[in-house]
Design a protein around this ligand. Structure first.
Ligand code: GDP
Length: 198
């Protein structure tokens, strides 16, 4: 799929105010600074559709973008920055969990993970939350240009080990991407296109 049109539609923190239009929706989420804005810009071929910021924790809204007039790309707030909380509920803001639990148009979530890191508790917790809530999701490993392919595969294997040691029967579909090199762009867009045309 080629992105010919990418329009910002609305930002808000209320799931009820998300666009009423029924289009398949794909939501991007991850820890602050994981490279989510850069990835959204890379996927859509736009320099500044999502705001890339050096300051983590900036985007605290649900942002809807309409792509090619036929699907929504949703940029969700980064989690896990400067928030110390004992419960998962407290870490993931209520409107984020409401979004995943109530947004009927949601087809698939993309959980972004920095491929340089060992499995992080908060990411594993978030994926467990999605799994338990029955939300379909894929994993997008980011910043692949920052390490060798073999190291990246080692880190992905570590995630597989952690998730499969839990209740998981299979590892989610995953992508290895780099916003710096464009790696993974075709694969992610192809996946969305395939799901949309199924
Ligand atoms: P967000 O907070 O998740 O939206 O993350 P940003 O997209 O703002 O990126 C955070 C920082 O990581 C910025 O300094 C980006 O330039 C950098 N970054 C993001 N993606 C990549 C990538 O694929 N490769 C490299 N080398 N740097 C990246």
């Amino acid at each position: 799929m080629k992105v010919n049109k990418a329009e910002f539609i609305i930002s808000n923190s209320d799931v009820k105010k998300c666009p009423a239009e029924i289009l398949p929706e794909y939501a991007f989420i991850g820890r602050s600074n994981v490279g989510k804005s850069s990835l959204i810009n890379m996927l859509t071929g736009r320099k500044a559709l999502a705001k890339v910021s050096g300051k983590p924790g900036k985007t605290q809204l649900i942002n809807h973008f309409k792509i090619n007039d036929n699907w929504f790309l949703v940029d969700l707030p980064g989690y896990g920055y400067a928030k110390v909380s004992k419960s998962t509920k407290g870490i993931f803001q209520k409107f984020i969990t409401e979004y995943f639990e109530k947004r009927e148009q949601l087809v698939c979530g993309f959980v972004l993970i920095d491929v340089r890191l060992e499995p992080q508790k908060i990411d594993v917790e978030f994926m467990s939350y999605l799994g338990n809530a029955g939300v379909p999701f894929c994993i997008i490993f980011t910043k692949a240009d920052k390490l060798t392919k073999s190291k990246a595969m080692q880190n992905i294997a570590a995630y597989k080990k952690v998730l499969l040691a839990g209740d998981w029967e299979e590892f989610p579909t995953y992508f290895l991407t780099s916003s710096a090199s464009g790696e993974g762009q075709d694969e992610v867009l192809q996946f969305i296109n395939d799901v949309n045309t199924d």
